[in-house]
Design a protein around this ligand. Structure first.
Ligand SMILES: Nc1nc2c(c(=O)[nH]1)N[C@H]1C(S)=C(S)[C@@H](COP(=O)(O)O)O[C@H]1N2
Ligand SMILES: [Mo]
Length: 202
């Protein structure tokens, strides 16, 4: 009885340690976005890589996801929304953003990225953050294709920053020398958004 209780308490404490300050646990992943869900036309879809690259590049959906050019990997990660819910242990599947970036002739001045969504949303990140190994361009979660509402055909997954950086329906990465604020950064959210330092608003 006491050992059982102790195990329960330990498990609860372990979970709590994974919650950044001010966050509470959600058990199912909420659907949260501004604007409409954009349509997906597979033959016409491209991921556009532009800005400070020696040559602008475009990847088809097959080039990105079929595993021939970029290994398909899985990352288990928590999602922390700035509106205070966290969903733990999402198993994301996709390609490493770092692998896609490594295939590009990036200009040496490129330091920041504006990640564009097909519905006009965007988020700003330092290039170095997109190069972290746990940052994915993902199309599956927990063993199934993402529903369109969660970002299919392609979403960014940035586990170490608040959820507004995990752009759904990614269509382009724009490489910049200087930070350019995206949708929420223009509206008062913190430029960086580290949930462990509670960087919610600027
Ligand atoms: N295109 C787009 N991506 C977006 C958003 C958005 O409004 N538009 N909202 C972000 C926010 S604030 C969060 S918390 C997550 C939520 O992802 P989910 O809807 O899959 O739970 O998506 C992020 N990606
Ligand atoms: Mo969010």
């Amino acid at each position: 009885m006491w050992r059982w209780l102790q195990r329960k308490i330990d498990a609860t404490l372990a979970l709590r340690q994974r919650l950044p300050p001010g966050q509470r646990l959600a058990t199912t992943l909420p659907v949260l976005h501004v604007g409409p869900i954009p349509p997906f036309d597979p033959p016409r879809w491209r991921l556009r890589l532009f800005g400070l690259v020696a040559a602008e590049a475009q990847l088809t959906y097959g080039e990105l996801t079929a595993g021939g050019r970029f290994p398909v990997v899985r990352v288990r990660a928590d999602l922390h929304c700035v509106s205070a819910w966290s969903v733990l242990d999402n198993l994301w599947e996709g390609v490493r953003c770092a692998d896609v970036l490594a295939a590009l002739p990036l200009a040496p001045e490129a330091r920041h990225v504006l990640v564009h969504s097909a519905n006009g949303y965007s988020a700003s990140l330092p290039l170095a953050d997109l190069q972290r190994p746990e940052v994915l361009l993902a199309w599956r979660r927990n063993g199934a294709d993402l529903p369109p509402a969660h970002g299919y055909p392609l979403r960014l997954v940035v586990p170490h920053l608040y959820g507004w950086k995990s752009v759904k329906w990614v269509c382009a990465l724009e490489f910049l020398a200087h930070e350019r604020p995206g949708y929420w950064e223009q509206r008062g959210y913190h430029p960086y958004g580290d949930p462990w330092r509670e960087q919610r608003y600027a």
